[in-house]
Ligand binder design. Structure first.
Ligand code: SF4
Length: 349
């Protein structure tokens, strides 16, 4: 195990020479916002204003190497779930490109496109909402691999193997999702994703809705699957403790932009960006080994009208006049460590 890798990392270290399995190149994703009553009235009387938009992801470049576990962290509304959907192919970028094994995913056609689509699977926060409540777990797990001709032998044997892999009793396969506990349902969601043989799992707050005791079990399942199958993860979470436990590398987002990106232990020992430093400010919990993290002073500004310059400047204790007008560039400040802060001028490349 190389220095700096988390304790779980028994799987082969990510191959730094290989092209990234997935790479966002200058990805921007913009959403239109439903006009309010005033805007609708103005439109009717011929005084239409430009449609308001939200830039949920703003010019993000990020690469994920095969076998790597990348933690994507930020407050609610920072764009991390939207970026996860772009990486998983559920949303096309508005601008920029999403590369898959070095190929533009939008340019893939036919069998290549399908292969790339199956190779990235998403695990959602609420398994109840993402599982069809009217069909049995057998059909939920078998649906996609059957459709794509991935099952060579018996469907039952295939489903049993997927269920055993995630710690579920195959005898439960004829039950409906509501007959499972929350943790079991999340395991069903993971089994469904694994059933098509993915290379990359995008886990979007995949344990956030579970009880704390169950969270640990599901994290351990993700770790075991990573080791056993050599999976790559983009692990989206607001929980820094979880991200530290599971990730090789941590990417920090703020209001649609990546503000810092480094190996996990580098982030936790030498955070550079003032936003990351605020996120990491720990609050000791008396008489327990638990560590909690402070919430950051000030509100996250509305993504409808983000502050100019550095988006973090209204909450940053080091903000200067330049920060209010000029967008800081995300640049390498040490090998493998990128940060976007004017305070770094003169550092790194
Ligand atoms: Fe703070 Fe300025 Fe750095 Fe932004 S660029 S994090 S406002 S010091």
């Amino acid at each position: 195990m190389s220095a700096g890798r988390p304790a779980h990392a028994l799987a082969p270290a990510p191959d730094k020479a290989a092209p990234p399995i997935a790479e966002a190149q200058g990805v921007t994703r913009i959403f239109g916002v439903k006009p309010d009553i005033t805007a609708r009235v103005m439109h009717r009387v011929g005084l239409a204003r430009p449609e308001p938009t939200v830039q949920a992801v703003n010019d993000v470049s990020l690469s994920i190497r095969r076998g790597e576990v990348v933690g994507l962290v930020g407050e609610s509304g920072c764009g991390k779930s939207t970026l996860g959907r772009v990486v998983s192919g559920l949303l096309p970028p508005t601008r920029g490109r999403m590369m898959w094994n070095g190929r533009d995913s939008q340019a893939l056609r036919g069998a290549e496109r399908l292969k790339a689509k199956l190779a990235v699977q998403m695990i959602f926060q609420n398994p109840m909402a993402s599982l069809n409540p009217r069909i049995t777990v057998r059909d939920i797990i078998a649906e996609a691999p059957r459709l794509h001709g991935l099952i060579e032998g018996s469907v039952d044997d295939y489903v049993d193997a997927q269920m055993l892999r995630v710690g579920l009793d195959p005898a439960m396969k004829d039950r409906l999702p509501h007959e499972f506990s929350g943790g079991q349902r999340q395991r069903v969601g993971i089994a469904r994703a694994l059933a098509v043989g993915p290379d990359l799992l995008v886990c979007d707050e995949a344990i956030a809705a579970l009880d704390v005791s169950i969270q640990a079990q599901v994290i351990n399942l993700f770790v075991d699957l990573h080791e056993a199958l050599g999976l790559t993860y983009l692990f989206i979470s607001h929980d820094l403790g979880v991200v530290r436990h599971i990730s090789d590398r941590v990417v920090i987002m703020y209001l649609g932009r990546v503000v810092e990106d480094a190996a996990t232990e580098e982030i936790f020992s030498r955070a550079n960006h003032p936003y990351t430093q605020s996120l990491l400010r720990e609050v000791p919990v008396i008489d327990t080994e638990r560590r909690e993290f402070e919430t950051i002073a000030g509100e996250l500004p509305s993504p409808l009208a983000p502050p100019p310059g550095c988006h973090f400047h209204p909450r940053c204790p080091f903000a200067t006049e330049r920060c209010r007008t000029e967008v800081p560039v995300l640049k390498e400040i040490a090998p493998g460590h990128r940060s976007a802060c004017h305070l770094n001028d003169g550092m790194g490349a």
